[in-house]
Ligand binder design. Sequence first.
Ligand code: HEC
Length: 109
Amino acid sequence: MAVTGASLLVVAGCKSLPASKPEALFSIEEQRGQIVYQVKCAKCHYPTTTHGLHGPGLQALTKVPAMPSGAPPTDERLTQTILRGHGMMESIPVAPQDMPDLLAYLHTL
Ligand code: HEC
């Protein structure tokens, strides 16, 4: 059978998105990234649902083929979205040494 579980999940919509990684299993890097997220992103984005706050909820952000804009959720594209801003989202200053942690955390969502 050629249809994989992952593609079925995408077709089924947001209620069936892959679950976020449990916080208890976070690496040190992911824990640091979560703190960066709470300071820089949480006021506008829910991390574990796709429901919108000021911006779209980011559940499964890096596990779906495309972000709300249609762009692929690559680390490069995410870094660009954060540092340069995107549409209604202002640019967010994240220190270069914090960016790998933040990206690691975004991959757990
Ligand atoms: C002041 C509110 C605000 C903050 C803070 C904020 N965002 Fe956003 N974000 C938005 C809004 C609004 C959008 C929708 C932009 C649009 O589509 O015009 C958005 C969109 C996005 C998108 C989707 C981009 C796409 O291509 O569809 C991602 C990913 C994202 N934000 C990540 C982050 C991350 C990570 C942080 C923290 C570093 C962050 N945002 C901080 C408001 C915010």
